[in-house]
Design a protein around this ligand. Structure first.
Ligand code: 26Q
Length: 860
C-alpha cells in the first residue's frame, strides 16, 4: 500500500504550479487572491522542500543500508544565507535525467529546474527575483569560520559523502547592523519571525542535557578513572531541527541538524503548589535562553558562562545522537572509529571529546585507556587562528561548577598526557608546564581548549599553507616535538562555486559555460575545466564580453547602493564604466586593517586636493588618480571599541569626500550597512579590485579572497593566508601583493616597542589631517585612539610599516586599470581560469582522503 501511494516529486512546470497552489491553499490557508510575495516565497519553498525531502529520505535509507563510515561536522556556526535559490540550482527534478525522454535541446538549458520554476512563477504572476528576495538570511555565524562550514556541507552533499552537520538553532543569528550618524547600531535578527520553511522540527526526539550538580563515586571512593555517577543539577531538553542540504547534480540530500533548547516537562510542582508559580515558570524559561542568541564575536574569546553552556549543550546532544545511531548497528565499541569521523570546527566543540570519553567510561563502562583510544581515533581538529585573544581558555572554577565530571576527566586526560611527555622528555619541567592543558601561570587556573583538542584528536589541520606552517612553528610547536609533525597537516580552505559563481554571478556562469562548451555546467564540479578560458585571455571579442558582464554586475551593485542610500546615487550611471570599484567587505578587525584602507583613501583625497590647489586641472588630476569608489562593509563585535571607531571614521570620510564639489565624481566612499551573505552575492561579482590586507601572519586563510577572484576581480593583498596560494595558482603577474612578510613581524613589533621610529611622511599627512578635525569638525579628538594606536601604542598591526608600499601598489593598480584595460582584462580572465583549486569540493576530498578515511555513497 505504501508503494501504491508513494509521494512524487513535481517534475514539470505544470506539476510545480499544482504543488504551489496546494501549499498556498492548504499549508498557508490562503487563496490566490491574497497571496503576496512573502506567501509566494513560502509556498515555493514548501514545494521545493517537498522534492528535497523525497531525496533526503532516500539518501538516509541508502546510507543506513550501506552502512559506510559517517562524517560529522561539528560547528557552532553555519552561515548559510538563503536556501531557496541554492535549492533551485542544486535540486534535481526527475526530468533532469536524460533517459526520462529529455532531448539534447532541453538539456542545453543547463539549469533546468531554476529556469522551469522561473517561468512557472511568471505564469502565476510572480517574479522569481522578488520571491527570492523575501527570504531572510540564515545568519547563524559571524564570518569566515561559519561560512566555511556552510560551503562544506554543500560540498559534502555534492560529493555524496554520508555527512551531517551539527550546530545550534539560534533564535537570533548575527545582529543586523544599522548605521546611524555614522555609528554602528545593533538590532536583533528576527530571522524566524515568519516561520522557516527550510527546517523540519523533530519534536519526538528530546535529548536530556544536564548541568551543574556533583559527582558520586559511592562510599569507598573509587578512582576517577572508574565509572562515576554525575548527578546533574539542572536539566534542559535538546530538540533537533533538520535542514535538508541538497548536493549539485546528484540526488544526495544530506542533513544539517540544529539543536534547540527547551524546558523539561518535569515541571517543578513543589514550587508550583507552594504558590511560587512565577519562579517555577521562570526557571523553565531560562532553559530556552541557551539557544537564544549567537555570540557576535569573530576571532575573539568571550568567556561567558552561557557560551560554555551552549557549547556543552550542543556537544552532548550531538554525541548522544551519534552514539545512538552507532548502537543501532550493534558493532563492537572498538569499531567506533571505523564507523565515525568527527571533525571539530575550531575549539568550540572540544567538550565533545570529553563527553565521548565520559559516555564510554561512565555509561558504557569501557576501560579508560580503551575508551581514550577510541576517542582520539575518532576526532580531528581544525584550527582557524593564531591570535592569542581568540584562543579559548575557560576558568577551572567555571568548568568545575558547570560540568564537575568533565573537569575530572580533563584532569585525567592531562595526567596521562603529561606522563607520556615526561617519559619522552624526562625532567623537562618547563615543557610540562608549557603543554599542560591546565594553565597555572595566570591568576585563575584555566583550561586551554586548543591543547585539549590536539591531545584528543588524531589530526590537527590549519586552513592555508602559511597558517599550517605557522601553527607548527609557533602556538603548537611543543606538540610537534611531542607527537611528530605527521599529526599536523594542512587543508587549504575553499568555497562552493555553486553559490559563489553560478548563483551570485549568473552572467559570468553563462559566459563560461558557452565559452568552454559546457552547457550542463559540469565545470562547477570539475573546476579544472576553467583552464580552457586561458586561451581567450587576449581575445578582444571575448574580453569585451567579459567586460560587459563586469559592467552589468557593477550596475547591479550600484543599484543596491542607491537603494541603501535612500535612493541617492553615489556614482553617476554614466561613470560606472570608468570608475574602479575597490571593495573591502569582511568583519571589521584591526588585524584585517580596514584602517589602513581608509587611511589610503584619505591620502588619495588630500593629495588630489593639493594638486587642485596648486592649479592642476581636473584632467591632470585624473591622470594620476583616475575615478574610483571605495566600498566597505562588515560588522564589528558590539563591544569592540576600536573596530567601531574604524566604522565611524569610514563614514566620516565618506561624508567629507562625497560632498566635496571640487573632487566631483573622481573619488567616492561608501559603507554598505549590514553586510551579510545575500549582500555578498551582489557585492562579490562587482569588484574590479578587492582588498585582503591583513598584517602578515594574522589571517589564517581568508575566503573572500577566493570569492572575488572566482568572479573576475583582481586583488590587492599582503603575503598572508591563502593569498600566498592564490598567487601560486593564478600567477604573480595577476595579483597586487605588497608589504612585510610574516617572518619579519616579530622583529618589527619589537622595534616599535623600543624605538620610536615615527611614521612615514605619507601616513603623517593623513594622521595630521585627522587630528586637525578634517573628518570630525565637531570633535577634533574623536579619532585620537586610532592615531595613538599607531603613534603611541606600538602599532601592533604594523600599519606604518606597510603604508608606503600599500600606497604605491594602489597607484600601480590605477595605472594598469586605466592605461591598459586589455592587460587588466587578461589578468582577470587568467585569474578565473586558474582559481579551480579553491573549490570547497577539492577541500572536502582532501579531508575525506587524508583525515576522515571516508568514501562517497553514490546514488545508483
Ligand atoms: C570563541 C569563544 C567565545 C566566543 C566566541 C568565540 C569565537 C567565535 C568565532 C572565536 C572565533 C570565531 C571565528 C573565527 C573565524 O572566523 N576565523 C576565520 O576562519 C576562516 C575559515 O577558516 C579563515 O578563512 C579566517 O582567516 C579566520 O579568521
Amino acid at each position: 500500500i505504501w508503494n501504491k501511494h508513494k509521494v512524487q516529486k513535481f517534475n514539470t512546470a505544470d506539476e510545480f504550479q499544482e504543488r504551489f497552489i496546494s501549499h498556498v491553499e492548504w499549508t498557508l490557508a490562503r487563496s490566490l487572491y491574497n497571496c503576496d510575495d512573502l506567501a509566494a516565497y513560502q509556498a515555493t519553498s514548501q514545494s521545493v522542500r517537498d522534492n528535497l525531502v523525497i531525496d533526503w529520505n532516500k539518501t538516509q535509507q541508502r546510507q543506513t543500508a550501506r552502512d559506510p563510515k559517517r562524517v560529522y561536522y561539528l560547528s557552532l556556526e553555519f552561515l548559510m544565507g538563503r536556501a531557496l535559490d541554492n535549492a533551485l540550482i542544486n535540486m534535481r527534478t526527475d526530468t533532469d535525467v536524460r533517459d526520462v525522454g529529455d532531448t539534447d535541446e532541453t538539456l542545453t538549458k543547463g539549469n533546468t529546474s531554476r529556469e522551469m520554476i522561473k517561468n512557472a512563477m511568471n505564469e502565476l504572476g510572480f517574479k522569481l527575483e522578488d520571491i527570492l528576495d523575501e527570504e531572510p538570511d540564515a545568519a547563524l555565524g559571524n564570518g569566515g569560520l561559519g561560512r566555511l562550514a556552510a560551503c562544506f556541507v554543500d560540498s559534502m552533499a555534492t560529493g555524496n559523502y554520508p555527512a551531517w552537520g551539527y550546530g545550534l538553532r539560534y533564535q537570533y543569528g548575527i545582529f543586523a547592523q544599522k548605521i546611524i550618524n555614522g555609528y554602528q547600531v545593533e538590532t536583533p535578527d528576527y530571522w524566524l519571525n515568519f516561520t522557516n520553511p527550510w527546517e523540519i522540527e523533530r519534536a519526538e526526539i528530546q535529548v536530556p542535557i544536564n548541568f551543574y550538580g556533583y559527582v558520586d563515586r559511592g562510599q569507598n571512593e573509587k578512582s576517577t578513572l572508574e565509572p562515576s555517577d554525575w548527578i546533574g543539577g539542572e536539566r534542559v531538553l535538546a530538540v533537533p531541527y533538520d535542514m535538508p542540504i541538497p548536493g549539485f547534480k546528484t540526488s544526495t540530500v544530506n542533513n544539517l541538524r540544529l539543536w534547540s533548547a527547551k524546558p523539561t516537562t518535569e515541571f517543578d510542582f513543589k514550587k508550583f503548589n507552594n504558590g511560587d508559580y512565577k519562579n517555577s515558570v521562570e526557571e523553565q524559561q531560562r532553559a530556552e535562553s541557551i539557544t537564544a542568541v549567537l555570540y557576535p564575536n569573530d576571532n575573539f574569546l568571550q568567556g561567558k558562562e552561557l557560551r560554555l553552556k551552549q557549547q556543552y549543550f550542543w556537544c552532548a546532544a550531538s554525541l548522544h545522537d551519534i552514539v545512538r545511531r552507532f548502537k543501532k548497528g550493534k558493532r563492537a565499541w572498538s569499531e567506533f572509529p571505523d564507523a565515525i569521523a568527527i571533525q571539530i570546527n575550531d575549539t568550540h566543540p572540544t567538550l565533545a571529546i570529553v563527553e565521548l570519553q565520559r559516555i564510554l567510561v561512565d555509561l558504557e563502562k569501557l576501560d579508560w585507556h580503551e575508551a581514550w583510544k577510541i576517542v582520539t581515533s575518532t576526532f580531528a581538529f581544525t584550527n582557524h587562528t593564531v591570535m592569542q585573544e581568540a584562543l579559548e581558555k575557560w576558568p577551572i572554577s567555571l568548568l568545575g561548577r558547570l560540568l564537575p565530571r568533565h573537569l575530572e576527566i580533563i584532569y585525567d586526560i592531562n595526567w596521562f598526557f603529561l606522563q607520556d611527555v615526561e617519559k619522552k622528555f624526562p625532567h623537562d619541567m618547563d615543557l610540562l608546564s608549557r603543554v599542560s592543558v591546565i594553565e597555572e601561570s595566570s591568576q585563575e587556573r584555566q583550561v586551554r581548549m586548543a591543547y585539549l583538542a590536539i591531545i584528543g584528536s588524531h589530526k590537527v589541520n590549519g586552513v592555508a599553507e602559511l597558517h599550517s606552517d605557522l601553527i607548527k612553528t609557533t602556538i603548537f610547536k611543543d606538540f610537534v616535538k611531542i607527537y611528530g609533525s605527521n599529526k599536523f597537516t594542512n587543508v587549504t580552505n575553499g568555497i562552493t562555486p555553486r553559490r559563489w559563481l553560478k548563483q551570485a554571478n549568473p552572467k559570468l556562469a553563462q559566459l563560461i559555460s558557452e565559452t568552454i562548451n559546457d552547457p550542463e555546467d559540469n565545470y562547477l564540479l570539475d573546476m579544472s575545466k576553467l583552464t580552457q578560458l586561458s586561451k581567450y585571455a587576449e581575445d578582444e571579442k571575448f574580453q569585451k564580453k567579459w567586460n560587459d558582464v563586469k559592467q552589468f554586475n557593477k550596475q547591479r551593485l550600484a543599484d543596491l547602493i542607491k537603494k541603501l542610500n535612500n535612493g541617492v546615487d553615489i556614482i553617476e550611471r554614466d561613470h560606472i564604466r570608468n570608475t574602479l570599484f575597490d571593495i573591502q567587505v569582511k568583519r571589521i578587525h584591526e588585524y584585517k586593517r580596514q584602517q589602513m584602507n581608509i587611511f589610503g583613501v584619505i591620502h588619495r583625497y588630500l593629495t588630489m586636493k593639493e594638486l587642485l590647489q596648486s592649479g592642476a586641472s581636473i584632467e591632470e588630476v585624473v591622470k594620476k588618480y583616475p575615478r574610483k569608489v571605495s566600498i566597505f562593509g562588515g560588522k564589528s563585535a558590539p563591544g569592540y571599541y576600536m573596530a567601531k571607531l574604524i566604522i565611524k571614521l569610514i563614514n566620516s570620510v565618506a561624508d567629507v569626500v562625497n560632498n566635496d564639489k571640487e573632487i566631483q565624481d573622481l573619488l567616492k566612499v561608501y559603507f554598505i550597512p549590514d553586510y551579510n551573505v545575500s549582500k555578498a552575492e551582489i557585492i562579490t561579482p562587482a569588484s574590479d579590485l578587492s582588498e585582503h590586507i591583513s598584517t602578515a601572519g594574522t589571517e589564517a586563510s581568508g575566503t573572500s579572497n577566493m570569492k572575488f577572484v572566482m568572479n573576475g576581480g583582481l586583488i590587492i593583498g599582503t603575503v598572508d593566508g591563502a593569498n600566498v596560494e592564490i598567487t601560486r595558482e593564478i600567477g604573480e603577474d595577476n595579483i597586487f601583493l605588497f608589504g612585510n612578510l610574516a617572518e619579519n613581524v616579530d622583529e618589527l613589533r619589537y622595534k616599535h616597542q623600543f624605538h620610536n621610529e615615527g611614521v612615514p611622511a605619507s601616513l603623517a599627512k593623513v594622521l595630521d589631517a585627522m587630528q586637525n578635525g578634517a573628518f570630525s569638525p565637531q570633535n577634533h579628538s574623536e579619532f585620537m585612539p586610532l592615531i595613538d594606536s599607531i603613534k603611541s601604542h606600538g602599532d601592533y598591526y604594523l600599519v606604518s610599516d606597510d603604508f608606503e608600499a600599500y600606497i604605491s601598489t594602489q597607484e600601480l593598480v590605477d595605472q594598469v586599470y586605466h592605461k591598459d584595460k586589455k592587460e587588466w582584462l587578461k589578468k582577470s580572465i587568467l585569474s578565473v581560469a586558474n582559481i579551480g583549486f579553491f573549490s570547497s569540493d577539492r577541500c572536502i576530498e582532501e579531508y575525506a582522503d587524508t583525515i576522515w578515511n571516508a568514501e562517497p555513497v553514490k546514488p545508483e
